[in-house]
Design a protein around this ligand. Structure first.
Ligand SMILES: [Zn+2]
Length: 163
């Protein structure tokens, strides 16, 4: 008697391997300036639109609302205010390490001093569960910098709250 396909062993098989996907992505003049300033001076910079005055971080070539090319790099503060925050409990594969990122961790959307758009990064809370919207944070830089976003190790609250 013939075995129909739904009567066969239908357990799912898996193939495990590591996919190697080398790439080189040009980040442009403005993106390079952003990471160079972090790497060389631990300074955060944005770019200012001469038409509307908005300051964008990280710098980009064109102001979207005005649709004009921007040229003026401006230095921002290394501090800002948390505008939104989320507690991440899902451990995904960190593309930099190839390993699962330990959870939980806090991800904040930060309005850096002198900028008009939000900059997102990890916020380390030193034992606290999270930070609050409106709380001031500052950038803490990695000891070894390579011209990457990880050169900002994390942000941390400017003043520690008592527990
Ligand atoms: Zn503009």
């Amino acid at each position: 008697m013939e075995t129909r396909y739904w009567e066969r062993d239908t357990s799912l098989l898996a193939i495990e391997d590591v996919a190697r996907m080398p790439f080189r992505w040009a980040i442009g003049i403005d993106g390079s300036k952003f990471f160079q300033e972090i790497r060389d001076r631990e300074a955060l910079v944005g770019i200012k639109c001469q038409s509307c005055g908005r300051v964008y971080v990280p710098p980009r070539m064109v102001c979207g609302p005005c649709f004009v090319k921007m040229h003026e790099i401006v230095e921002l503060g290394n501090e800002g205010v948390v505008n939104a925050v989320t507690l991440v409990n899902y451990s995904f594969i960190d593309p930099d390490t190839g390993k699962r990122r330990p959870v939980p961790y806090v991800y904040g959307y930060i309005l850096l001093d002198g900028a008009d758009n939000l900059f997102s990064h990890i916020v380390r809370t030193k034992g606290r569960e999270s930070v609050k919207v409106g709380e001031r944070v500052r950038a803490v830089f990695a000891s070894e910098k390579k011209g990457r976003v990880q050169d900002i190790a994390y942000f941390e609250p400017v003043k520690s709250r008592s527990n």
